[in-house]
Write a protein that binds this ligand. Structure first.
Ligand code: 28F
Length: 650
């Protein structure tokens, strides 16, 4: 270890103070100190490696999760510059890890730009890590390490302090690239355990978005003697392969997805589309590799461009034009641009108006070019035919809704009759509990606060929306009851202003059936009321798993880790009851453990969880058997929906 640096000049102090600002208000830099924030400091390092690949200098990235809670990322790029920075008098490496917003993110020559929460740089990871060490392979091995610790004199936390300047170990190596290994600071994060599914899913997405880049993930947190869990992603087809992956379990209208890539006014635009026999669309859009589930100007431009160009195609094929963008199937839109502005509830909406026209014109140009290709003529004939079919379905659905409205008073009354509504009329205070099973529904009706809590019992499994067409989905009573109870319509007619409840809470058992119902409801909301999820109105209620008690003490545990703590609290002579379902609880218990806002735990569903559930339902209930088998092999249980959602007490 190089000698400890003891003297700091004025310049250094400014830099070091910068990192302390990160530790003082981590939320400003990583959004939260929950599970998402923890993963964010890993993504910062991964993003730097991705930038090196996007600039064409790295072809492989390796991510490792270690038993001690640390993680490492390695790329085979040029290696962070080791020469001394003229301005600051320290090496490029030291700049990247000690200066906020430093590093490859902001150079002018490539599209590797990140905006918003992303791209705050590797120095934030350093500031929020107990230690961080970096190695650069540039002919010889260069090393540097940093630590965050409490200054013994002042008692202040010092963040990301170099143990010494960059050291050239003189050790020869024919490797090239950068290796970063860090341990998240347990005093900053509520939970320092990286989630394998979350990391694996994001790396897979990045491999799709960066054609041909190999990304390997090793999880060494396995019992002694067991070999690390390893996954490897490399997609030479890029977005084309992404579209095929999203359509697993579905029936594509044509063999190969169609795609296009163009640069417009300094914005790089790429898309891939593959229509299917489904009557729902799933457009996944990204800006600088960051998912934008809340959409934005790039999506507006893409949809407009698609509608215009496909109507031109329809006209030239002698078919009539269709007003809605025909996107029935999977589409991926990936945009890369500078000075990104993220907006929206979860900062995942693109707010740059200047992106709309370039994306629209690149889309029109792309579809027109693809249509000129004789080999794709049959593809477009299929797409246009499907558009006709979709138009018929939409008209049928509208008629079905008209009919429902026409019979509305009686019909809705019976439908909504199952609903035990609340007396308060303020949507922002009102909560709708969708409860699995009539018995639990009955208990919930007794337990609730009538003023602002409504109960809608669900009889058994609501129809799985996957295999049905929109008109059949609406025919299902359970689903229609939910639509009429919420009062805000569905699909393109969905209007948040009419929403009668600002909290929609799903209460289902913790068993497989409960997970199944939860996934189907999330799929329904994802497909037909997506704004409800984006806006954070959908929650999952967490009934306790155990009651730990003795004569005059009762505690509840919501998961196995909490059980130990509760046993200690209740103390000797304790007894345990394992709840198998909501129905086992008395109204009193259901109130105090699951419905009382002061004591309950709700999980706020975010768009990734809903997308995850939708993909799961598609794989499990779609009509492709091999996809189902493969999915079941990969994901033993339905619990994946809760992969990485922060548990909140709301
Ligand atoms: C495991 C994480 O961080 N990889 C990186 C590079 C390469 C360059 C660079 C990075 C110079 C000093 C701004 C090299 N040669 N993986 C990584 N690879 N940063 S981060 O330059 C950063 C600029 O600060 C690089 C020529 N140009 C750029």
């Amino acid at each position: 270890m190089a000698e400890k640096q003891t003297h700091y000049n004025a310049e250094d102090i400014k830099i070091l103070e910068g990192l302390d600002a990160v530790r003082l208000r981590p939320g400003m830099y990583i959004g939260s100190t929950g599970v998402k924030g923890l993963h964010h400091i890993l993504w910062e390092i991964v993003d730097n490696a991705i930038d090196e690949a996007a600039s064409g200098f790295a072809t492989r990235i390796e991510v490792r999760l270690y038993k001690d809670g640390s993680a490492s990322v390695e790329d085979n790029g040029r290696g962070i510059p080791t020469d001394i920075h003229p301005k600051t008098g320290v090496s490029g490496v030291e700049v990247v890890f000690t200066q906020l917003h430093a590093g490859g993110k902001f150079d002018e020559h490539n599209y590797s730009f990140s905006g918003g929460l992303h791209g705050v740089g590797a120095s934030v990871t350093n500031a929020l890590s107990e230690w961080l060490r970096v190695e650069v392979y540039r002919g010889t091995v260069f090393k540097m390490s940093f630590r965050s610790y409490k200054d013994p004199k002042t008692g202040k936390m010092l963040s990301g302090i170099p143990d010494g300047h960059l050291e050239n170990t003189k050790q020869k190596t024919d490797k090239r690239g950068t290796f970063v290994h860090f341990k998240p600071d347990a005093s900053v994060f509520d939970n320092v355990a990286f989630n394998f599914e979350a990391v694996s899913k994001r790396l897979k997405e990045l491999a799709f978005l960066n054609k041909g880049l190999e990304i390997a993930l090793f999880d060494e947190r396995v019992p002694e003697g067991k070999s690390p869990v390893a996954v490897n992603y490399k997609f030479d087809g890029g977005l084309h392969d992404f579209a095929e992956y999203l359509n697993e379990g579905k029936t594509p209208l044509y063999q190969e997805p169609i795609g296009y890539k163009a640069e417009r006014d300094g914005i790089l635009i790429e898309f891939a589309i593959q229509h299917t026999t489904e009557f729902t669309e799933s457009l996944f859009s990204f800006v600088n590799n960051i998912p934008t589930p809340e959409g934005g100007y790039h999506e507006t431009g893409f949809r407009t461009g698609l509608t215009k160009s496909l109507n031109d195609v329809a006209r030239s094929l002698g078919a009539l034009k269709d007003k809605d963008p025909n996107l029935l199937g999977a589409a991926i839109l990936s945009v890369k641009m500078k000075n990104v502005q993220f907006e929206g509830q979860t900062k995942t909406k693109l707010g740059n108006p200047e992106a709309r026209v370039p994306v629209e014109s690149a889309t029109v140009e792309g579809i027109a070019k693809l249509f000129e290709d004789k080999k794709l003529r049959s593809v477009f004939e299929e797409i246009v035919k499907k558009a006709q079919g979709a138009a018929k379905v939409r008209i049928a659905a509208r008629q079905a809704k008209e009919v429902a409205r026409a019979k509305n008073s009686i019909d809705n009354l019976t439908l909504v009759g199952k609903l035990a509504s609340c007396t308060g009329k303020k949507p922002e205070l009102n909560e709708l509990f969708i409860v699995e099973g009539d018995s639990a529904g009955g208990t919930a009706k007794q337990a609730r606060m009538r003023q602002y809590q409504a109960i809608l019992p669900l009889r058994g499994k609501p129809l799985n929306v996957e295999k049905k067409r929109i008109d059949q989905v609406l025919a299902n009573e359970e689903i229609r009851t939910i639509i009429s109870a919420l009062g805000a319509g569905y699909g393109s007619d969905f209007n948040m202003d009419d929403l009668k409840f600002h909290k929609v809470i799903i209460l289902s058992d913790a068993d497989q059936d409960g997970m199944h119902i939860r996934c189907i409801l999330l799929t329904f909301f994802f497909r037909y009321m997506r704004e409800l999820i984006n806006n954070g109105n959908v929650y999952i209620g967490m009934p306790p798993l155990y009651k730990v008690y003795k004569k005059d003490v009762t505690e509840y545990a919501y998961d196995d880790t909490e059980l130990q703590k509760k046993i200690e609290i209740v103390g000797k002579g304790y007894q345990i009851q394992r709840y198998k379902g909501l129905g086992e609880m008395s109204a009193e218990q259901l109130w105090e453990t699951t419905m009382d806002p002061a004591r309950r735990n709700l999980i706020q569903v975010n768009i990734e969880d809903a997308a995850e559930a939708e993909q799961m339902v598609t794989a499990l209930m779609g009509d492709r058997v091999e996809a189902r088998k493969e999915f079941l092999a990969q994901n033993a249980n339905f619990n994946k929906v809760d992969t990485f959602i922060d548990r909140v007490n709301i």
